[in-house]
Ligand binder design. Sequence first.
Ligand SMILES: Nc1nc2c(c(=O)[nH]1)N[C@H]1C(S)=C(S)[C@@H](COP(=O)(O)OP(=O)(O)OC[C@H]3O[C@@H](n4cnc5c(=O)[nH]c(N)nc54)[C@H](O)[C@@H]3O)O[C@H]1N2
Ligand SMILES: Nc1nc2c(c(=O)[nH]1)N[C@H]1C(S)=C(S)[C@@H](COP(=O)(O)OP(=O)(O)OC[C@H]3O[C@@H](n4cnc5c(=O)[nH]c(N)nc54)[C@H](O)[C@@H]3O)O[C@H]1N2
Ligand code: SF4
Ligand SMILES: [Mo]
Length: 686
Amino acid sequence: MKTHTICRLCSACCPVEVETEKGKWIKATRKYRFPDEPHLGCPKLDAAADIIFSPDRLSRPLIKKPDGSFREASWDEALSAVAERILSSKRQYGASSVCWLRGMAADWGAPWDYANRLMNAFGSPNCIGNGSVCFVGRDLAHTTVYGTMTLPDTANSSCIFIWGKNDLDSAPGAAENILHARRKGAKLIVVDPVKTPFAEMADIWLRIKPAHDGLLAMAMISEIIAQGWYDAAFVDRWTAGFEALGKTAERYSIARVAPDLGLAPEQVSEAARLYATIRPACIVDGNGLDMQLQSFEATRAVAMLRALTGNLDARGGDILPQKVPCRNIQLQDRLPADAVPITADYPLFNRFHATWGRQVQSCVIDAILDEKPYPIKTLMIQSGNPLVTFMDAGRVQKAFEKLEYLVVIDMFMTQTAKMADVILPAGSCFEHTQLNRAFIRSSPVRIQQQVIPAVGESRSNWQIVFDLARRIGLGQEFPWQTAEEAIDYQLEPSGITCAMLRDEPDGIMAEPVRYRKFEESGFATPTGKIEFFSESLKAYGYDPVPYINGPPACPISFLDRKDHYPLVGISGARNNRLVNSQFTGIAALGQNESGCAIDIHPKDAEKYGIAAGDRVRVETPRGAVQMKAKISDVVGPGIIRIAWGWGERSADYNFNRLTDDERRNPVTGAPSGRSFMCRIEKIEAG
Ligand SMILES: Nc1nc2c(c(=O)[nH]1)N[C@H]1C(S)=C(S)[C@@H](COP(=O)(O)OP(=O)(O)OC[C@H]3O[C@@H](n4cnc5c(=O)[nH]c(N)nc54)[C@H](O)[C@@H]3O)O[C@H]1N2
Ligand SMILES: Nc1nc2c(c(=O)[nH]1)N[C@H]1C(S)=C(S)[C@@H](COP(=O)(O)OP(=O)(O)OC[C@H]3O[C@@H](n4cnc5c(=O)[nH]c(N)nc54)[C@H](O)[C@@H]3O)O[C@H]1N2
Ligand code: SF4
Ligand SMILES: [Mo]
């Protein structure tokens, strides 16, 4: 039997076809938009059965014994214990002392809505996502400029500008769209400090100094305005604050800025000319812009390029999504009006979107350790591994040691799960039906459906939340008996049901594709226009125009200590065999540790006496890691790239032992997990 579903082993959310026989997994294949063109493989999907049926999968709930080891428990016992704890935390410290923290894995589905519904009805404002390090911060930056986050229509584009994204390893379907356009002759511009395959094939590769993207964007804005390459009629009709932007950008001319970014002025000017004068053009921005201290300002400046050139919502440009009409099921109105979330310092980020809710993950650690604005005592972690994936792993460890009670909902015994009082075993993405957020964000809506029975006694995310809700007296709010019932309720405004979606392998368009939708309704900003100058940002005390108050003093962590830490450490492109901290224990994916290395430029290798294969130690003021050295020019001199995602395998490989969580972007709370000053030494010959 073949079933159409969505793979959620990573956030690329690829449509796939899964072949099963009497409920047994046979194989899964990614669906291709261009069947006649070469395809990119996905080692993770190829190894899906190894992941799903791994002997390491958790199959029964576990409860920690007084001696620190775990014993198996029934669902009834484990969920009762968790429910009792949640209620007693509320009695003793108030509902806000209970926090629900969600990682990347299950988040794009309804689980985020269900967790929010549960917490809102319970009375705690602390349902916290990890969007401050991932793309939700970028969403806010787009939204303040033109009311929503755009989607690049790369496949139909004539000029593709890739800015801090590496789809070849992180989203193969998106990469295939770019390769398709390239075959048809689209120009390619890449901004990346790392020599990625896209950088190598680009017409122009801007090897930027890490974390300096905002200044590059401002320099390009200044050039596009100065040369008259912008779309004057569009700017005149649809934007507000053009003059203020122009005046600010003047201070960041290419001649002034480029040398500081390590770029040739002519190259930047040519990139600006290509991008601004070829239509349609789109910008693919990525996680290279997130996890930077300047992430909000930089992304906002990049978003303004789209607006200046009139590429918004044009075929082959940057598309304003056609949201699928859904019911907001989060019950925000049930939260007491005076409830203060632990993320209160980031008011704009908390409120900008109807269902993203609160997303500054670092505040969870602050609240536990520093008890600010008040202590979190009970923490539920769903589909995340903060001990490996949060910045400053040492601090996270201390926080979890201090917690009164930790519950982890996961498929594996992660570093984080080991610290839990109770572990609830979750099903993989192929074991449950859910509404996938990526596919309600813009039509067509598709369904992620269950293709195999649950492994062991594991349960779906929805089942776990619904059952827990009933046990804390919120049964009325969770009346649904099946995933389908809950999804149909949420999808009702669209007139689409689960049953209809099952019959439509390629999804259902809630409405036909339309371009230039703003001509009917304007932009979803306070002025109804694209905002180069934002009064709302000003009202919150943030810069109304990016960099209006001067360039950033300290874009990289520990820059003030560069005498001791002379190199820039970055986490560069992702490994297409791993997903964040996942899969290093799966034989076909991570066990041979291929890719667990530090890339060092030949000049630095010589300077520090390091040869290929040597074991080296990298240190920052926060901690140290050790890995073997690779000598290559994928990074420039003065920069080292440390492999991301190996910390679950060994604490020695935990990238986030190096990173800082003290300094953050004031708007989105993004710390810098990407760029920091560090030092390196050889500890053993290879
Ligand atoms: N230094 C540095 N830090 C980073 C990054 C970086 O590049 N550099 N990347 C950042 C980014 S963008 C992100 S999004 C975060 C990711 O941070 P996390 O979300 O913590 O990362 P994962 O390792 O993907 O953890 C997902 C966990 O969910 C479990 N899981 C998988 N599927 C399910 C499911 O259906 N249900 C449940 N309950 N559990 C499931 C997995 O077993 C795994 O333990 O890390 C961030 N941290
Ligand atoms: N195989 C695999 N796929 C994944 C994941 C995974 O871990 N593994 N994680 C998933 C998740 S959670 C996410 S958020 C996405 C992320 O996927 P992407 O958005 O593609 O992000 P990355 O690959 O982390 O980084 C993108 C590029 O940014 C570059 N970069 C680093 N620093 C800078 C900088 O200062 N400026 C600029 N301009 N570029 C910089 C890196 O070298 C890299 O080439 O991938 C998802 N897909
Ligand atoms: S890239 Fe691979 S693992 Fe990620 S969603 Fe697509 S098929 Fe699944
Ligand atoms: Mo992410």
